[in-house]
Design a protein. Structure first.
Length: 80
């Protein structure tokens, strides 16, 4: 919930702005970003539409679940 509150207030214009705030975030292809949540117990994969200021959640799960997906293509509800 803390991340959601911060993301709602954010006005990220580029991946480098995300890295400034979240040093452990991983920047991927397709405007995707991986965030470590709760001391790296969970992973959150989002797609960021910088131009529109929108964030689309693509995956949230445990580190173990994350290891079983392709973070560059995963969509909520599936592991494609």
């Amino acid at each position: 919930m803390a991340w959601i509150d911060e993301a709602k207030k954010a006005e990220w214009q580029s991946p480098s702005e995300i890295k400034e705030k979240y040093r452990s975030a991983s920047i991927l292809k397709n405007r995707r970003v991986v965030f470590n949540i709760k001391g790296n117990d969970y992973r959150l994969v989002v797609a960021v539409a910088y131009r529109y200021g929108a964030i689309y959640v693509k995956f949230i799960g445990t580190h173990r679940q994350y290891d079983a997906i392709d973070a560059e293509t995963v969509e909520m509800g599936g592991t494609s």
